[in-house]
Design a protein around this ligand. Structure first.
Ligand code: GTP
Ligand code: SPV
Ligand code: MN
Length: 612
């Protein structure tokens, strides 16, 4: 190994067939950040083992007992680096107007200067890893390519699970291939002889997107959504811009395949805000007999019109970065079974016998644990053992319910789209939109109680249109127009767009208890949704959409009382009018860009709530 203090040659270590522009960019980043060495990742299993051993060596990871959970690790982050930082996330479009009122905007040339200063020498004493990746099955016409450089071996190991990375992805990049450069540093250079910490990061954080240049820069954090740049930064923020320009959709959605008792197959996409049930719904274990639900994706869907005009979807990811707390044998057995081994856990608790635990994994907590901060913990210690945003990282292929078409390069045809949120009051269990436009209005006005997935006050109600508030890479009202345009393109091609529904698993009674059992019981709602498509399920019109007729949802054995059922579907015109006032004020914040169809839907809703 040659180590030159001023200049580390990226070309020297590059694989023989690496594209010249990729090498040139990596060299530029190496010259700026001055790592000790540059390592091009091949994506092999041996490489992953090497990375995990390194993480154990630096005290970042603890190897779990291989008899309990083979090849699995616990990682504890710095307590300040546990979630996405929306206040430090920027869309640096040329014009502020293109970022829109829901994004932080920064002038691109100025932000480039800031980032260049921060990145200068930021990898000193560390290794720069070069990680070529494909989002979507390698070679799929819907797949997109990128290259991330990072000085975090934890991030590289995460990317090995979450994306198709390494030689196969690099081989896809030729002189004329579009690829997204994504630069990441934890921002913690090491002076000669300086000891490292287990989770290097920086108090200063920047997650920056340059939509016109299709470029990403991330500084100061090693947490998933801030640092695994192919995921939220690329597959949603940059891809949503590409999708706008090219006529497709990049969405914060799960994808599932469902087979009804008569053997008919459907594909469904659903957008719920962060930590609001996508992973759980994607892995739903039906409580109704003879139904089968299979998993395609749990977080991101790329949706494009196919040759027949119908919308087709792929999961661009290769793994799950799922919320651990609340994931247990009684709620999501499939997820628990997926994590039997080869799993990296972040910020969960450690059991005394070398396994992991978190709130909700089992009904009863072990008598003693080491909590996510490394402190001794007992059930009466009065604090959570796992961080509320503790996560597991595991390959999708390990999921026992993974669908046989999950890697279909052409994607799956979508039959229904569902929008959801976490709402203790007001929003009914399920409602069907009356049209594509009405469905887009439903998606645009979703509000949801905030969760621990991002910094901020948990429980605070906020609008989270299409579950994309933190992820839309351009003006939110332009995004709504784009949704309207895509629906119209499908219809113009002579095809039928997917039917659109809204759900809310989280309505509570006066004592603060969930009214709906949720999880596997959500199949009852899916049954009604698909029944609507088949013309076999009855609905009743309401101001907010078509609700299930009282008898139309099978409640046998659900343990839901008639009172609870009535409350789950109750639409109170007065409180909905108040809510629509708020929606009107919300739409005003987008000014003249709000599509006419959205304004019309709001108008219709208000008229109907007033009984007109
Ligand atoms: P991100 O990965 O952050 O995008 O989140 P996600 O949408 O995949 O959320 P996930 O499925 O991990 O769910 C987050 C939390 O919601 C967990 O604590 C679940 O236990 C809880 N949850 C999921 N589905 C249901 C449900 O049907 N009912 C209730 N009451 N809780 C649910
Ligand atoms: C979310 O917050 O919506 C996640 C986790 O899925 S992260 O990848 O960190 O964004
Ligand atoms: Mn998510």
């Amino acid at each position: 190994m040659t180590v030159t203090p001023q200049r580390t040659s990226a070309a020297l270590s590059a694989p023989p067939k690496a594209d010249a522009k990729v090498i040139a960019w990596v060299q530029e980043m190496a010259d700026l950040t001055r790592p000790n060495r540059v390592v091009w990742c091949d994506g092999s299993e041996a490489e992953l083992h090497g990375l995990m051993n390194k993480l154990v060596g630096t005290g970042t990871a603890i190897k779990l007992d291989p008899k309990k959970r083979p090849d699995s690790y616990l990682v504890r982050s710095d307590p300040s680096d546990v979630a996405r930082v929306e206040s430090r996330t920027f869309i640096c479009s040329e014009r502020e107007e293109d970022a829109g009122p829901t994004n932080n905007w920064a002038e691109p040339a100025r932000m480039r200067r800031t980032l260049t200063d921060l990145f200068r020498g930021s990898m000193e004493g560390r290794t720069m890893y070069v990680v070529p990746f494909s989002m979507g099955p390698v070679g799929s016409p819907m797949a997109r390519l990128g290259v991330q450089v990072t000085d975090s071996p934890y991030v590289v190991a995460s990317m090995r699970t979450m994306t198709r990375m390494g030689d196969a992805a690099l081989a896809q990049i030729g002189p004329d291939t579009a690829w997204v450069p994504a630069a990441h540093t934890v921002g913690a250079p090491l002076a000669r002889g300086q000891a490292d910490v287990a989770w290097p990061c920086n108090e200063t954080k920047y997650i920056c997107h340059f939509p016109e240049d299709r470029e990403i820069w991330s500084y100061g954090s090693a947490y998933g959504g801030n640092a695994i740049l192919p995921k939220k930064a690329f597959a949603l923020r940059i891809a949503s811009v590409q999708a706008r320009d090219e006529g497709w959709l990049a969405e914060h959605m799960l994808l599932l395949k469902v087979t009804n008792p008569r053997g008919r197959v459907f594909h469904v996409a659903a957008a719920f805000p962060s930590a609001c049930g996508k992973t759980n719904f994607a892995m739903l274990a039906p409580t109704l007999p003879d139904w089968k639900v299979e998993t395609i994706g749990d977080d991101i869907a790329w949706i494009a019109p196919g040759p027949d005009g119908r919308l087709r979807a792929i999961n661009p990811e290769a793994g799950f970065f799922g919320v651990a707390p609340g994931t247990g044998l009684s709620t999501n057995r499939t997820a628990v079974e997926t994590m039997w081994g080869n799993t990296v856990f972040t910020n969960v608790a450690l059991t005394d016998d070398g396994d992991v635990w978190w709130e909700g994994l089992t009904d009863e907590a072990p008598a003693h644990l080491t909590d996510w901060t490394g402190a001794s913990w007992t059930p009466d210690s009065g604090r959570k053992a796992a961080h509320p945003n503790a996560r597991f990282t595991v390959a999708a292929a390990q999921c026992p319910t993974i669908s046989d078409d999950w890697e279909d390069p052409a994607g799956v045809v979508l039959d229904a789209i569902i929008f959801g949120g976490r709402r203790a009051t007001n929003v009914p269990l399920v409602a069907q939109s009356r049209s594509w436009e009405h469905g887009v209005f439903m998606g645009a006005t979703v509000s949801s109680e905030q969760t621990a997935a991002a910094e901020g006050t948990v429980g605070e109600l906020r609008r989270d249109p299409f579950a994309m508030l933190p992820f839309c890479g351009y003006h939110m009202a332009d995004y709504w127009q784009h949704w309207l345009d895509v629906g119209k393109a499908v219809t113009d091609a002579g095809a039928t767009p997917p039917a659109i529904f809204q759900v809310n698993w989280f309505r509570k009674d006066a004592d603060g208890r969930f009214l709906w059992p949720g999880f596997g019981e959500n199949i009852r709602v899916l049954d009604w949704i698909l029944g609507r498509l088949e013309g076999r399920a009855d609905g009743v019109d309401s101001p907010v959409g078509i609700l299930p007729a009282p008898w139309a949802i099978n409640l046998d054995g659900a343990g839901v009382t008639p009172d609870q059922w009535a409350e789950l579907l109750r639409v109170d015109p007065r409180s909905h009018l108040v809510e629509s006032d708020d929606a009107a004020r919300y739409l005003e914040t987008f000014g003249a860009k709000v599509p006419e169809a959205i304004r019309r839907e709001l108008h219709t809703l208000r008229d109907r709530l007033r009984g007109k």
